[in-house]
Every structure is written in C-alpha cells, then in structure tokens.
Design a binder for this molecule. Sequence first.
Ligand SMILES: [Zn+2]
Length: 318
Amino acid sequence: MPATVTGPVAELGATLMHEHVFGLSPEILWNWPDIPEGWDLETRAREAAAKLDALKAAGIDTVVDLTVVGLGRYVPAVQRVAELTSVTIVAATGLYTYDALPPYFGNRGPGSLFGGPDRLAEFFVRDLTEGIGRTGVKAAMLKCASDRQGMTDGCRRVFRAVAEAHLTTGAPITTHSHSASRGGLEQQKLLASLGVDLGRVVIGHAGDSTDLAYLEELVANGSYLGMDRFGIDTICPFDDRVAVVAAMCERGHAGRMVLGHDSYCFNDRFDAAVVRRRHPRYHLLHISQDVLPALRARGVTEEQIHQMLVGNPRRIFG
Ligand SMILES: [Zn+2]
C-alpha cells in the first residue's frame, strides 16, 4: 500500500502525478517576512485545501506532491492541508538542482572540499522508511532533476543517491527533465547504469516535447512519460500538448503516460497575479475542465483516460 501524508491507503484512485502544494523560500521568509507573498501556515493551508477540494469535486482523488528539498519542502504545512482536504496527498523525497548541490551536501562527500560520507542517500532512505523530519510522514517517491545544462556533477550525485535509495527501498523514481535537449535519454542511461529498472521511472516533463520519436524512444527504454505541465502554455501550447497525448494513445502508449500540471497551491517564487495573466489555465482544474474533454474530442477513449489517471499510477506505486 502506498504511503501518503495521512498514512497508507489501499487505492490512490484518479491521480495527478506531478503537483506541488507549497513552494517556499525559507531563508527569504526568515529574513524578509513581510514580502507581499507573506506566509501564514494556517491561512495558506486553508486556501490550499479549498483548491484541492474543488479538484476532488472535479473527479481527482490524489495528487503526488513532488516538492523536495531545493523547492522549499515543509511537510508540517502539507500535513495540515491533508487534515483539511478530502484529496489524498503523496509526499516525495529527493533533491532539486539543475547544477551544483546546496553547500550542505556539496561540501561533503566524495571529491568535495571537506570530504566525508555523502549523506544524500541516507537522508532519502530515512524519508522513505522512517518519515520526513519529525512528522512521521513517509515519502513514497524519489525525485531527481537535470535541465538545459545536462548531467552536471551535482546532478549526477543526486541521481546516484536516488538510485541507491530506490534499490534499498523499492520506491519509484520521477525526474525533472529538459525535453528540448532530449534530456530524458541521458537520465535513463545513467539510471540504467546504476542498476535501476527503467520501468520504475517516470521521465517528468516529457510532455513539453512534441517530438514523437523522442517520446517513443523513452517508452521503448521502458519508462513512463510525465505529461505533466498542462497549463504552462509558453513552453508548449495547449493544442500541442493535447495532440501529443492523443497521438501517443493512438500509437498504443496510453499505458505509459501519466498526467499533471506541475502547479502550486501557493508558491512564494511566483507573482500570482502575473502568472494568472500569462498562464490563465495554469491551475489544478485545467486537466479536468479542458484537457480531458479535448482528448476525448481527439478520440482518446475513457479506458485510455482511466489508464493514465488510475491504472498507471497504481502500477507505478504498486
Ligand atoms: Zn514540479
């Protein structure tokens, strides 16, 4: 049974595989607490719970919160949201960097200035088996990232630690990838070389690509594709995102795609008003309200939608 913020559940149901509850900048909030995006846990938790309850009413049961260290993970706040909402929330562990490691990790470990053991894998395993911080909330998914810069030394260390934690615990892996440079292939190659079964890996942000040959190569290597940035139309427009998912379904790959928005209930790194203006459909209800109807109009069947929302997440966490 997959672990969630409120404990293990038998069924996740319809699941969005890449979302965020909160993205916080703790060092900014410590030092400039009066920023306009100011943080009040209870207020923001109630706001987030209301957004998630609207999602539940639109037919989604679970969100996987891929906020890991580097994105401002603060699980006590997510726990409060989970108490208030009927949506199930799955927590993740890992580290988000495109480049160097944060100094805490970068100054330790093999090849570093001060040396000593690398704590990344140890911390990830602790999150998965004992719980995050002092909350007792167990993570159920591992996350690592690489972007435009490719597999930097810092990224490589995170991938190695994620692979080690995966092999120790069996938890599935998701990535943040840079589709424009076909970055998912480099991620697959590294993970496979570390002994990871690519069938336990979601290549996140694959849906930013309209290159069907690239996507089919990722699938042929065994991984799931994260079609997970619906609403971020400046990277890839709505019609293209929908057309790619429909085409991949037609080619028999509905069993290899998962859906999401990569949205935040609250993120202090965005100016919410500007984001609403520039990306009016970048919110949690976009898939239910706009994407699923558009997929149906393009011939995607209910069975295929069920696979992407229910069956594939069940297998990934199974
Ligand atoms: Zn994300």
